[in-house]
Design a protein around this ligand. Structure first.
Ligand code: 3H9
Length: 697
C-alpha cells in the first residue's frame, strides 16, 4: 500500500495528497502523516500556499470509525486541526464528493474552501450516536450561523454544493479537475497577497438561550431519548457562550461521553454490520433486464426500485385492470419523487420509461432476472414457477418474493432449482431498504450472488438467510407476536402493549403495525403454515379480528378504530370486550401486566428465537439478525438489534428472564435455546461466539 499522505509540489504551491482508500478516513496513520506534512511545509520557505486534496471519489469521509472502540491515539484530530489552522501560509481545501464529519471539520480548519459540484458536505455523527468532536461545533456557526449548524448537526443530513455555497461554506467553485483548479486558485490567492483566514479569530454570531431551548424542545421524541442530539445542542451552546479553546474542550468532553455510550456503540456496530463483510466472493451475472410478475403494491414497488437502479423492467399481470393500476402506481410514485426532490425530474422520467407492461409471461423469456410478487399461496406460486422454469432462458435467475412459504417447494416446481432464490422485500418495497435473500437447498452460488448484486444496485441492504418458515425476520416476528397476543388474553390492552414497546424504542407497537399491514395478511399466512403451534391461544385475537373483517387501517377498524381526517388510532371498547370474551372461552385469567413484563417477554422471545436461528445456521451471524430487525421491523437502532441488545444487557440476565417466564408460562414457548443457555452459563456473548467461529473458518 502506498503512503497515506504524500507531498507534491507545483512550483511554490505544495499539495498534500491524502490517499487512504476506500474513503480517506482520518485514521491514526493519516493524522500522523498529515501533521508531519503541515509542520514540514509551514517551515519550508519555498512554499507559499498549501492545497489539501483527497484521492479517489471523495475528499475525507470523517474520522476512522473503527478506532472509536479504543481510546484515541495521538495526534488527536483536534490538535492536528488546530495546527493546520495555525499554519502561517494559506491552506486551501480542495473539496469533492463525501466531505463528512471529521472531513468537514478539516475543511473548516483550512483557510479557504474550493469545491467541485459533486460535493456532499455534512455532519453525520448524530447517526453514529456522536457529535462533531473536532471543532465543527465551534467553527461551523462562525461561518454558517446557529440555525444552519443546529440543522446540519442534529439532523445529520449532508448538503449539496449549491446549499453549501449558499451557506457560505464554499469560497470558490471548481469546474474541472478539482486538484489542478485548486492549485491554480492557490496561485491566484498568493498573487493577490491573501493571508490565512482562521475561523477561530472570528467572534461567534450572537445567540440567545431561547434559540437552543426551542431547538431542544422541537427534537422528535425518539431523538430526545438519546444522548447525542442533546449533547450536540450543548456543544453549540458552549460555542456561543465560551471562548474558542474552552468551547473546543467542552465539545471534546461531550464527544467522549457520547463515544462511550451504549447507544453509540450500537450505532457504530450497525454501521459496519449493514455494510456486510465487503465484496462478494461469488461472481454475479449482469442484470440489464428484469421481469416482475404481479402488479400489486409489492410488484409495483419492486419495479420502481429496479427501474430507479437503471434496470429495464417488464411488469406482468394477466388482469388488465391490475396491470394498468400497477403501471399507474409506478408512474405516480416516480413523478412524486421527482416533484419532492428525492430525484431529479429527468431521472424520474428515465425510470418511468424503463418500465413497460405485459399481459403474458412470454414477455419474460429473455430477462436476466424475474421476481415473482403474486398472491401468497404455495399452489399459485408453484404453478407460476413451473411455467417460468419452462419458458425463461437458461441464464434467467428466478426469485420468489414470498415472506413465509417454502422456497424449496417453489424451486422444485420450476424444474431448475439451482436458478431459484428467495428475494423477500418489505413493504413499501421502493422505500424499505431490507431484502432477505433466501438460499434454497439447491440455489446456486451464482444465482445468490446475482440477487445480492441487484439488491446492492438498488441501494438496498441484502442479507442472505436460510430457508425455513418465515426465514429470519418473520420467524422471529412470530415469537414476538405470539407473546403480545398471549398478553392480550392475559389482560394487557392493545394500547398498553404498544406504548410499552414504543417506550423501549420500537418504531411502532405491534398492534398498530398489524393494523397498518392488514390483519388479513397475517391471517392468510398462518393458514398456509402447516406446523403452526397447535394452541387455540396462538394469535387468537388477531384471527378473530380478521374473521370479523376488522383488517386494520384499510377497513377503518382493527385493533384500533380509525376515524376522522387524521385517522389517528382510537381505543375501541368493542375490541376490549372481544378480547375478554376470548380469554373467558379459553379459561385465561386476567391480571395486571406491568410494562417491564410486556417488554421482557416480547424481547426475550425474539432473542431466544434468534439464538435458535443461529444454531440452525439460518442466519450466518448475529449481525445479520440485527440488520434484519433494525431495517425491516423497526427495532431501535440505538440498541443495535436484538442480539446486540442481548449482549449489552448480558446473556445471563436474558437467560434468567427466560427461566422466569418458563416458571410462569410453562416450557412450551419458554425453553432456552441451547446456544443462549451455554453462552450465558459460561459468561459468553453472541459477539464472542461469532468471533470464535470466524477465527475457526
Ligand atoms: C467523525 O468524523 C467524528 C469526528 O467528528 C470527531 C472525531 C474526534 N471510517 O459506505 P460504503 C468504509 S465520525 C471507517 O460502502 P459508499 C466502509 O465500512 C465519522 N471506515 O461506500 C466500507 O468498508 P468495506 C463521520 C469507513 O460509496 C467502505 O468504507 N463520517 C468510514 O456507499 C466503503 O463504504 C461518517 O459517518 C469511516 N468513516 O459511501 C461517514 N466510512 O468496503 C461514513 C466508510 O470494508 N461513511 N468506511 O465494507 C459514509 O457515509 C459512506 O461510507 C460514504 C461512501 C458516503 C463515505
Amino acid at each position: 500500500m502506498s503512503a497515506p499522505v504524500a507531498i507534491e509540489r507545483d512550483g511554490s504551491i505544495a499539495v498534500i495528497v491524502i490517499d487512504y482508500p476506500p474513503v480517506n478516513a482520518l485514521a491514526h496513520a493519516v493524522r500522523t502523516a498529515l501533521l508531519a506534512a503541515v509542520e514540514r511545509l509551514d517551515a519550508d520557505p519555498t512554499v507559499q500556499a498549501i492545497v489539501l486534496h483527497g484521492v479517489g471519489r471523495n475528499f475525507i469521509a470523517g474520522a476512522d470509525i473503527t478506532e472509536f472502540d479504543q481510546p484515541g491515539q495521538p495526534p488527536r484530530l483536534n490538535d492536528l486541526l488546530s495546527r493546520l489552522e495555525a499554519c502561517s501560509k494559506p491552506v486551501i481545501a480542495a473539496l469533492h464528493g463525501a466531505t463528512l464529519g471529521g472531513g468537514a471539520e478539516t475543511a473548516l480548519a483550512c483557510h479557504y474552501r474550493a469545491s467541485a459540484s459533486d460535493l456532499k458536505l455534512g455532519f453525520p455523527e448524530v447517526s453514529l450516536g456522536l457529535l462533531p468532536g473536532a471543532g465543527g461545533t465551534v467553527r461551523l456557526p462562525r461561518l454558517a450561523g446557529w440555525q444552519a449548524s443546529l440543522e446540519l448537526m442534529t439532523g445529520g443530513k449532508p448538503v449539496d454544493f449549491e446549499r453549501a455555497l449558499a451557506l457560505g461554506l464554499i469560497d470558490r467553485a471548481l469546474d474541472g479537475d478539482p486538484r489542478a483548479d485548486a492549485v491554480a486558485w492557490a496561485r491566484e490567492l498568493v498573487a493577490a497577497g491573501a493571508s490565512p483566514r482562521r475561523l477561530r479569530e472570528l467572534p461567534p454570531p450572537a445567540a440567545t438561550p431561547e434559540l437552543f431551548a426551542t431547538w431542544r424542545s422541537s427534537l422528535p421524541t425518539a431523538a430526545r431519548r438519546l444522548p447525542a442530539p442533546g449533547h450536540i445542542i450543548d456543544a453549540l451552546q458552549a460555542a456561543a457562550t465560551r471562548p474558542f479553546e474552552q468551547a473546543l474542550d467542552r465539545a471534546r468532553e461531550l464527544f467522549e461521553e457520547c463515544r462511550r455510550s451504549d447507544e453509540s456503540r450500537a450505532l457504530r456496530y450497525l454501521f459496519f454490520a449493514e455494510r456486510g463483510s465487503g465484496a462478494d466472493r461469488d461472481a454475479a451475472a449482469a442484470v440489464e433486464s428484469a421481469g416482475v410478475v404481479g402488479a400489486g403494491t409489492m410488484g409495483a414497488g419492486i419495479a420502481i426500485s429496479l427501474a430507479t437502479a437503471g434496470i429495464g423492467v417488464t411488469l406482468v399481470d394477466s388482469r388488465p385492470e391490475s396491470l394498468a393500476a400497477g403501471l399507474a402506481r409506478v408512474t405516480s410514485t416516480l413523478e412524486g419523487s421527482g416533484r419532492k426532490g428525492r430525484m431529479t425530474a429527468a431521472a424520474a422520467a428515465a425510470a418511468i420509461a424503463r418500465v413497460r407492461g405485459a399481459a403474458g409471461l412470454d414477455a419474460l423469456a429473455g430477462a436476466d432476472l424475474v421476481i415473482e410478487a403474486v398472491f401468497e399461496n404455495l399452489a399459485v406460486k408453484q404453478e407460476l414457477f413451473a411455467r417460468l422454469g419452462a419458458m425463461c432462458g437458461p441464464r434467467t435467475v428466478l426469485a420468489t418474493n414470498t415472506s413465509t412459504l417454502d422456497v424449496d417447494a417453489i424451486a422444485a416446481a420450476s424444474g431448475r432449482a439451482a436458478d431459484v432464490v428467495g428475494m423477500h422485500f418489505f413493504s413499501p418495497a421502493h422505500v424499505m431498504r431490507l431484502v432477505e435473500i433466501v438460499r434454497g437447498r439447491q440455489s446456486s452460488r451464482a444465482a445468490l450472488a446475482t440477487a445480492r448484486a441487484v439488491t446492492r444496485r438498488m441501494g438496498k441492504i441484502g442479507v442472505t438467510v436460510g430457508n425455513c418458515f418465515g426465514f429470519v425476520g418473520n420467524r422471529m416476528l412470530y415469537a414476538y407476536g405470539r407473546e403480545k397476543e398471549l398478553m392480550l388474553l392475559e389482560g394487557a390492552t392493545p394500547a398498553a402493549i404498544d406504548r410499552a414497546l414504543e417506550e423501549f424504542g420500537m418504531a411502532m407497537g405491534p398492534n398498530a403495525v398489524g393494523d397498518l399491514a392488514g390483519l388479513d395478511i397475517g391471517y392468510h399466512a398462518r393458514r398456509e403454515w402447516r406446523e403452526r403451534p397447535d394452541d387455540p391461544r396462538f394469535y387468537r385475537v388477531s384471527d378473530r379480528l380478521a374473521e370479523l373483517g376488522r383488517y386494520g387501517q384499510k377497513t377503518g377498524r382493527g385493533f384500533y378504530r380509525y376515524e376522522g381526517a387524521d385517522r389517528r388510532p382510537q381505543l375501541d371498547p368493542e375490541v376490549l370486550e372481544l378480547i375478554r370474551q376470548e380469554a373467558r372461552k379459553l379459561g385465561v385469567t386476567e391480571r395486571e401486566i406491568e410494562d417491564s413484563e410486556i417488554v421482557g417477554r416480547c424481547i426475550c422471545a425474539l432473542i431466544n428465537e434468534g439464538a435458535h436461528i443461529l444454531e440452525e445456521g439460518i442466519a450466518a451471524c448475529p449481525a445479520d439478525i440485527d440488520v434484519i430487525w433494525c431495517n425491516g421491523y423497526g427495532f431501535p437502532r440505538h440498541r443495535g438489534g436484538p442480539m446486540f441488545h442481548a449482549d449489552t444487557v448480558g446473556l445471563a440476565v436474558v437467560l434468567e428472564a427466560v427461566l422466569r417466564y418458563q416458571a410462569g408460562q410453562g416450557a412450551r414457548y419458554w425453553t432456552p435455546a441451547p446456544l443462549l443457555a451455554s453462552l450465558a452459563e459460561r459468561g459468553g456473548s453472541f459477539a464472542e461466539w461469532q468471533a470464535a467461529r470466524a477465527k475457526r473458518n
